[in-house]
Design a protein around this ligand. Structure first.
Ligand code: AMP
Ligand code: MG
Length: 342
């Protein structure tokens, strides 16, 4: 067993320059390379190689109607993907790139349909991670990459998590340690001068609005089905229920073999509690969330009772992921835990 375990992981290599070059070579030949970004690990293929991009969908088990994000290392590369740019988008790019902001804008004909699920727009971002940037530069073209997990599962924030989801179906996994942000990029749709939030992410709406003014958060009726919007997404294999009631009621309640997942410092004597940020820091909560969910999957607990954060700033993103990961709501009636499926 141990031997098999080691064999499975032989495609993980440290993200040295030599291995990044090896990865670039694999990409040029139409292979797949998983790589770290500041958000989560990505599963990459050369954007202009439709057969390689098709393998991303196969390996992840991702439906073909789910468009991918294209990662660039320079502004010149953006112009090989988008037809044009407008002043609002330009301002966003200058302020937030490289960084966890993805912008969806009308595409050039040369961007293969498989990348955009047949849509006339393409999602682009410049990651703030030296390994990702250097892989794109060495490859010589932008890289289409969704998160490097099985479709619907929690996104990976460590190289071993990529391996445990995708095994040796990916040629190379570049190990760059733990991803700092821990949640996916914010996705904005540019429709003319309008900017519409498609997915809350590592950059908050408040931060964006400070720079470019109003961001619309209600989808236009021509709503595009995007992966982050699929109902069952970011889900751990362990049942997770959100608890929105009084935390003190949990104390009197019989929780059996369930663990309480608390964003912030919490003491519940006699109960199993996992805290995401002892310093009550929202960025740390985001950074630890997916990794902790995966650790709990491997634990002996039967289920997770997750406590909420306030839905503002990065809290909106954290609540979005928790709601999607959840099977429903947990309530307490007469000191007993009641689970209500969504
Ligand atoms: P993931 O690859 O799992 O990080 O998800 C990709 C995200 O990109 C989705 O949540 C979509 O919102 C978004 N996306 C990518 N391409 C497009 C597009 N052409 N139109 C709308 N959304 C897109
Ligand atoms: Mg994903």
């Amino acid at each position: 067993m141990l031997f098999l375990y080691a064999m499975k992981r032989k495609n993980i290599l440290p993200a040295s320059l030599a291995n990044i070059r090896r990865g670039a070579d694999i990409l040029r030949k139409g292979g797949l390379v998983a790589f770290p970004t500041e958000t989560v690990y990505g599963l990459g293929a050369g954007v202009f190689l439709p057969q390689a991009v098709a393998r991303i969908f196969e390996v992840k088990g991702r439906p073909r109607f789910d468009p991918l994000i294209v990662h660039v290392a320079s502004l010149e590369e953006v112009y090989t993907l988008w037809q044009s740019i407008n002043p609002r988008v330009e301002k966003l790019i200058h302020t937030f790139w490289p960084g966890p902001l993805t912008i969806v804008f009308p595409k050039r004909e040369t961007v293969p349909d498989i990348v955009t699920a047949g849509l006339s727009t393409v999602a682009v971002r410049m990651p703030a991670h030296q390994v990702a940037l250097s892989l794109i530069r060495e490859a010589g073209f932008p890289i289409a990459a969704p998160s490097a997990n099985r479709f619907g599962h929690v996104s990976p924030t460590r190289a071993e998590e990529v391996a445990s989801d995708l095994g040796d179906r990916v040629e190379l996994i570049l190990d760059g340690g733990k991803c700092e942000r821990g949640v996916e990029s914010t996705v904005l749709l540019g429709e003319g001068e309008r900017l519409v939030l498609l997915r809350p992410g590592a950059i908050s709406v408040e931060e964006l609005e400070e720079v470019v003014g109003k961001i619309e958060t209600v989808l236009p009726s021509s709503s595009i089905l995007a992966p982050g919007m699929v109902k069952k997404h970011y889900a751990p294999s362990l049942p997770l229920y959100l608890f929105l009631g009084e935390v003190s009621d949990l104390f009197r309640c019989e929780l059996g073999n369930w663990v309480v997942l608390s964003p912030f410092s919490l003491s519940l004597p006699g109960k199993s509690v996992v805290v995401l940020s002892e310093d009550n820091n929202l960025e740390e909560v985001a950074s630890n969330l997916f990794g902790v969910l995966r650790e709990l999957e491997r634990s002996a607990f039967e289920g997770i009772i997750a406590l909420p954060v306030k839905e503002e700033g990065l809290g909106r993103t954290i609540m979005d992921r928790l709601k999607r990961a959840s099977s429903g709501i947990a309530e307490i009636k007469e000191n007993r835990l009641i689970l209500i499926d969504k």
